[in-house]
Design a protein around this ligand. Structure first.
Ligand code: FAD
Ligand code: NA
Length: 385
């Protein structure tokens, strides 16, 4: 470690952005480690060896951002396609557009409805909860969109996501349920959206190709922690509870089991993401990766689909979504206090801050931390953490 100026733990977007900035802007030596055998964190993708189709190994990753700074930054490492995400949901053998829009509502109630009529209909159905404070997720959802739409599109899907009856889930999990009283069926509203032309992993390879960045894959931070020189500045993007040996308790996460399958057809479902709202179907959705890149000339004999099953994570599982119960929040605050006291360690990213972050938010947070923490450390000798 003699020539290492900064150790970055985790080669996802948070760690990779900081490694890139520190090497290029400050000309400091960075050692970037990841316990996985690849860079990219959860955004990692690979071209399937049998079909050539790009598969996002940790779930579908759609890039979108309202943030000009992040968009400009990332465009230095990749061009983007003009892919615009759309999602459909199967319920009782019909296919509906998601999030709920005027098309969804008209089809569901089997009537042509104007925007005002649809608004009035939903308000009328939501009135069931008028004057009552919602006591659980089900009542909250009904207060927002009424019972019929809730029972069709939210109840089963949510029950599968949380493996819990929505009547036993706290109401604060949902603050809003987007309903669009237009036929706009774009999934995201952000100014910038697209998929990386050469795939996600190529972004990381370009960001990290620098003589001052050394990458060590398949290396777990905790297996070398005791050998590190005292005071070595560290950016840590792994789970915060693991860093402190779970001494304040274990933070709750949900994980997803991905079941991939190659099928002998050129097109399985005609779109990239199909949700399954029925509770009788065990998976929450099916991804068909070829549809993320219609601009590529993929072979037409085979297709790759992935079924997603949601469940709560055990310690050995990949942590994906913070559960964030009141107890989790309390535990996290105790860890955050301890993290602040670690003067040579900066905690970042979604695992290090126990927050769900979209990719653009992880990059944006890393760019901010570079200015507020990393630069002052290297130029003024301030603590990094
Ligand atoms: P990560 O990408 O998780 O990187 C952290 C890295 O740290 C990992 O590679 C891990 O192996 C490594 N690490 C952890 N512990 C150690 C250790 N002890 N030693 C060494 N290395 C360690 N975002 C979007 O913008 N659009 C989407 O459509 C989208 N879809 C998603 C779907 C799913 C299923 C999930 C889970 C996330 C999705 N995201 C999406 C979010 C996106 O994955 C995150 O924004 C991004 O991964 C955050 O980057 P990060 O660097 O904070 O974390
Ligand atoms: Na710190």
């Amino acid at each position: 470690f003699a020539d290492v100026d900064l150790l970055v733990v985790g080669a996802g977007f948070y760690g990779a952005t900081l490694a890139e900035r520190v090497a290029n802007e400050l000309q400091k030596n960075v050692l970037l480690i990841d316990r996985r055998k690849h860079v990219g964190g959860n955004a990692y993708s690979e071209f399937d060896s049998e079909t050539g189709i790009e598969v996002h190994r940790y779930g579908a990753h759609l890039f979108h951002t309202p943030n000009e700074l992040v968009w400009t930054y990332l465009n230095r490492f990749t061009a983007f396609t003009d892919y615009k995400h759309r999602v459909y949901s199967t319920y009782r053998d019909q296919v509906y557009s998601m999030p709920i829009n005027l098309g969804t509502i008209s089809q569901f109630f089997n009537r042509r409805l104007s925007p005002d009529q649809a608004r009035a209909l939903i308000a009328d159905q939501a009135a069931e909860m008028a004057g009552r404070h919602p006591a659980n997720l089900e009542e909250k959802a009904i207060s927002l969109i009424g019972r019929p739409l809730y029972e069709a599109f939210i109840r089963g899907y949510t029950a599968k996501q949380w493996q819990t009856d929505p009547r036993d889930l706290p109401e604060h999990i949902i603050t809003r349920l987007p309903v669009r009283y237009t036929f706009d069926n774009r999934y995201f509203n952000d100014k910038y959206e697209g998929l990386p032309v050469d795939g996600y992993t190529a972004i990381f390879e370009r960001m990290l190709k620098h003589p001052k960045i050394r990458i060590a894959l398949g290396v777990d931070f905790f297996s070398l922690k005791s050998t590190l020189p005292a005071g070595l500045p560290i950016v840590y993007t792994g789970p915060i509870d693991r860093y402190f040996d779970y001494s304040e308790g274990e933070l709750g996460w949900r994980t997803i089991d991905f079941e991939a399958e190659t099928l002998d057809t050129g097109d399985f479902q005609g779109m990239a993401v199909m949700n399954y709202a029925d509770e009788t179907i065990p998976y929450t959705r099916i991804l068909e990766f070829r549809h993320f890149n219609p601009e590529r000339s993929y072979q037409t004999e085979k297709t790759v689909v992935v079924r997603e099953y949601s469940r709560s994570a055990k310690r050995v599982d990949e942590p994906y979504y913070p559960i964030d119960t009141r107890q989790d929040k309390e535990i996290f605050l105790r860890y955050r206090e301890r993290a602040e006291a670690e003067a040579n360690v900066h905690f970042g990213g979604r695992l290090g801050t126990y927050r769900y972050l979209d990719m653009h938010q992880a990059i944006g947070a890393a760019l901010k931390a570079f200015d507020s923490r990393i630069v002052p450390h290297f130029t003024e000798g301030r603590t990094i953490g």
